[in-house]
Design a protein around this ligand. Structure first.
Ligand code: COA
Length: 576
């Protein structure tokens, strides 16, 4: 609260006190009570009460438990890395630390780490690639947020599959958008050779990560490497493109072609250490700047490098964080087992925001979109949540609210839950559809041009155009997460199945053959529209549990506020 407002309220209170002294005591307390209350707590409290004993609540929670069980199974597969044999070889024969231990050594506290896309790489057409072969996330080193990209040497020698590349590039994209320094923990055999055609020649293929390093460095986003394994072929450029690199003796090597290739080409027999080891690169080639005898020393040097980056201080949240008044674990029972677009968005918000307080904007206008301000972990945020179809007025309200947040530098949180189906035009509805389309375009323009951080959580359906309007991947949100129950697709599952079946099922098949094919099509559609598919294909930055949403959003808000400066919008807010 600014000083002026405090003074005004105090003098106002004094006036009342003088006049009230003449009155009865209870009157005085009543007047003061009202004023004091408005001073201390902004935004009204939401009613988040639910009947946890209701049959529908229990049924919803039971369905969610199945989704969550599946999520935990996938997470365990991802965390198992390349499997026991590969881990044994990595630790015992190669005498190296695991990627997770390395990240632990770098970080101040493990708790600060926000792992990104842990499920990426499972169930690929070329097999399971645990954690896509690269452990990635954002954590604090010497109290400064850094993006850490650590190859997992236990997954096929840390080689780069198409999904590994996608994950590395996404991590760099997040780093660039949020201006987070990158630390590459390199241990990679370079390209996974059988799939070289899918990772080498195109714009967003292998060389793009080196391009990104240069571009980020030019923008003042520091790039640092710790070489604690092989940097073979293209991998050799990862440390070389950074501004500072550490290499570990007898563990780190950097070369374009290893000893077998040298022997084949020149007949020369040379050891990996002689060809591209720590001593050679620190004293002869100059490709690395710090020599470390052990991994522990190497990661200490890495932490010292971060200290020397002269990164700005972190502004922190505007307010003291407050827990919500309602239990976030109850969210599971609030997600309808059927027709999840009917989820009560206010009850969801009441379990995510501080003190369950929400300052709702245009509550009764376009009510299928809920907009308003709240604090999450003390950060002031603009919340945009949908409950079903985004009508014309709802989109107009969304555009207005988003512009307002941009004018004030308030980050936006999108809670996506669209209608099951996209409304079909009827004969006499041309005008209303045209109007709706126009309003959608306004909201889409506002979302596209928003210069504030955007964080999206798909809490239910992301079907049809609401994916775009509500900060879907195409709108470049700073982060995007999905709940395990999320459904993401062009249209609802059943209409997609019907349309594809009409196209694909030959008319000369008998009825039971047609039904069998239709059910196969349904299975594929359901799989491809699931949160599991989205997360393993890296169409999001991770699947998160409803109960963890507040924690994750709090970390993201902290991260986005660390290095980004508010950009003033160059246009006034236009009332839609
Ligand atoms: N492409 C495909 N598979 C590769 C690979 C590559 N570039 N490099 C290693 N692998 C596979 C190995 O065949 C092995 O598979 P397996 O577990 O099914 O037997 C697995 O990765 C682990 O390799 P291994 O050599 O046993 O492990 P390591 O930890 O001792 O050594 C490397 C890892 C990467 C240092 C070593 O395998 C190597 O030098 N590979 C060649 C790297 C190369 O030439 N890359 C050129 C890319 S352009």
């Amino acid at each position: 609260m600014n000083t002026f407002r405090v003074l005004v309220i105090n003098s106002f209170a004094k006036t009342f006190q003088t006049s009230c002294m003449k009155c009865v005591g209870s009157h005085k307390r009543h007047v003061f009570g009202t004023i004091q209350q408005r001073k201390s707590k902004p935004f009204p409290v939401l009613d988040g009460k639910v009947d946890t004993s209701a049959a529908s609540f229990q049924e919803n929670a039971a369905v969610m438990e199945k989704f969550i069980g599946n999520y935990r199974k996938m997470l365990a597969m991802a965390q198992a890395g390349g499997g026991e044999k590969a881990i044994e070889r990595h630790k015992v024969r190669n005498k190296k630390f695991l990627a997770t231990d390395r990240v632990r050594l770098l970080l101040d506290e493990e708790d600060s780490f926000l792992e990104l896309a842990p499920l990426a790489g499972l169930g690929m057409e070329y097999g399971d690639v645990a954690r896509a072969g690269v452990y990635t996330g954002i954590g604090k080193i010497n109290n400064k947020y850094c993006m850490i990209i650590a190859n997992d040497g236990t997954v096929k020698g840390g080689t780069v599959y198409p999904i590994t590349l996608k994950k590395q590039l996404r991590a760099q994209e997040i780093a660039e958008q949020n201006r987070i320094p990158c630390v590459y923990v390199v241990d990679s055999g370079g390209a996974f050779l059988p799939l070289q055609a899918e990772i080498f020649p195109d714009k967003n293929h292998g060389g793009r990560s080196f391009y990104n390093e240069a571009i980020m460095s030019a923008k003042g986003i520091p790039q640092v490497a710790i070489v604690c394994g092989n940097c073979t072929a293209g991998g050799a450029y990862v440390p070389t493109m950074t501004s500072e690199a550490v290499i570990i003796h007898k563990i780190g090597t950097i070369f374009l072609g290893g000893p077998p290739l040298v022997k084949a080409a020149t007949g020369e027999i040379v050891s990996a250490e002689e060809l591209g080891g720590a001593k050679m690169h620190c004293s002869v080639s100059g490709c690395t700047d710090y020599y470390a005898e052990t991994e522990e020393v190497g990661f200490e040097i890495g932490r010292d490098i971060i200290e020397g980056l002269n990164l700005p201080g972190h502004p922190g949240p505007q307010r003291e964080p407050q827990l919500p008044l309602y239990d976030p674990t109850e969210l599971n029972g609030l997600i309808p087992a059927r027709n999840q677009h009917q989820m009560d968005i206010h009850k969801v918000i009441s379990r995510i925001v501080d003190d369950s307080r929400f300052h709702e904007f245009k509550k009764t206008y376009g009510p299928s979109l809920v907009t308003g301000l709240a604090h999450i972990h003390g950060f002031l945020t603009g919340i945009v949540g949908n409950k079903g179809e985004i009508t014309g007025p709802a989109a107009a309200k969304g555009a207005h609210f988003i512009q307002m947040c941009c004018e004030r530098g308030i980050p936006l949180i999108f809670l996506q839950n669209s209608a099951e189906s996209v409304a079909e035009p009827t004969a006499n509805s041309g005008e209303s559809f045209g109007n709706c389309l126009r309003e959608h375009a306004k909201m889409m323009a506002a979302v596209s041009c928003a210069q504030v951080p955007k964080i999206t959580v798909i809490i239910g359906n992301s079907i049809g155009p609401s994916n775009f309007l509500m900060g879907g991947r195409c709108m470049s949100p700073n982060f995007l997460f999905t709940w395990p129950n999320a459904v993401i697709g062009l249209s609802n599952t059943e209409s997609l199945v019907q349309q594809i079946s009409q196209e694909k099922i030959p008319k000369n098949l008998n009825h039971s053959e047609q039904l069998a094919l239709e059910s196969k099509i349904r299975e594929i559609c359901q799989r491809e529209m699931s949160a599991a598919y989205s997360s393993t294909r890296l169409l999001d930055d991770g699947m998160i549990l409803p109960q963890d949403t507040r924690q994750v959003l709090g970390k993201c808000l902290d991260i986005t506020s660390a290095y980004l400066k508010p950009v003033a919008s160059s246009y006034p807010v236009i009332r839609m």
